[in-house]
Design a binder for this molecule. Sequence first.
Ligand SMILES: *Cc1c(COP(=O)(O)O)cnc(C)c1O
Length: 471
Amino acid sequence: MINPKLKTMGEQFGRRSWAEPWKIKMVEPIRMTSREERQEGMEQAGYNTFLLRSEDVYIDLLTDSGTGAMSDRQWAGIMLGDEAYAGSRNFYHLEEAVQSYYGYRYVVPTHQGRGAEHLMSRALIKPGHYIPGNMYFTTTRVHQEIAGGTFVDVIIDEAHDPANLHPFKGNVDLDKLDELIKGVGPENIPYISLAGTVNMAGGQPVSMANVRALRGLCDRYGVRIYLDATRMVENAFFIQEREEGYGDKSIAAILIEFCSFTNGAWMSAKKDNLVNIGGWLAVNDSDLFDMLRNMVVVYEGLHTYGGMAGRDMEALAIGITEAVNDDHVRSRIEQVRYLGDLLTNWDIPIVKPVGGHAIFLDAKSIYSHIPQDHFPAQTLAAELYLDSGIRGMERGIVSAGRDPKTGDHRYPALELTRLAIPRRVYTQAHMDVTAESVKAVYDAREQMRGMKMVYEPKYLRFFQARFEHIT
Ligand SMILES: *Cc1c(COP(=O)(O)O)cnc(C)c1O
């Protein structure tokens, strides 16, 4: 199965073979289905992988969000839940973990990332504001728009080219940002929405040099920087690996240094932080903290639980400490790369360099004969499921949604099908099976036709839209 041309992990890292820094204590059986069963399931799901039943999925690469495996220590923490309405001890553990690993002063818990995005957007954005960011993220942008703001993409151009090998494709283009600030005035920019790593660009990192320079530019204009810290640990790994002067620093040291250039962060703890549910906001500004702590009571829950149970906060506090372990981060990212290397060896087009959390298949190139408004990435996700029961998801025109002003589809440069790898869940053998299925679908690419959308919800349509094959 493994191509002999492929270098071993040992060769790549100057040491012997590499394996996960954990062993399996409990297993969860998964079901294999027949092609007929999958055909029926897919039709019922309107060719949208979000609408499949998870019991009908064999290898679930829909998302790395909340799908990770908790450690025995985290499960032990679950038993230590203090389910008091107010002042749960687990909240104080969480607060301390965020303060010591991310370095921010004030912490507000939320039920998950979008709860935090909602509060941050509502607290800071006024109608007519512009929010520059290094590529949009679906839930982030929708909250910015609902608050009356307009998102402006200021990522470097390289991020829009799936084949470009720039080591930090998540970087902010400071010239684009400077031009925007001059154009609309710094008073109309409540903050820069900075993400590390950039999900929609393929999990691409931001360099330390870029965030340092961004801080300098923003200080000149008095503009704040808030960080989407969802996959910032993975970003720290790429800095350690690729950036001059960081090779000997720990992930934890890099993480805290990076955060020090920003004014605060919001977090989907379901990613880096290794829990199945949870999120938080953290800021250094005490007035903003007061406002957020007041708003959380309205929308999420009391400021010492924010929609989480005490046990969830304990698992999260422990998850934060495990997330920054260097061996953990390395094995997480190497597993993603292992899958990427298998596909690359078969010349299957994917976003490169391979990012932190997922492989992104370049559906635009694979189905180059299918026009973008016939949903090539959606089609590819459906075909993969039909072939093997592997579930990925669309990251292209469906995810990009419609322009609120014109009502037209937004046509993103990237039309991708994402295979996200849950943390600490699947083995190398699952990656082999996945690669073989992608290859089979790739080999049959010329017979495929696109789809039409037959149901479209107003917000975040990719979650619930339904499709049919074009006949
Ligand atoms: C998942 C995610 C969010 C939203 O978080 P949820 O926990 O899903 O609500 C925000 N930003 C990024 C980059 C994400 O990947």
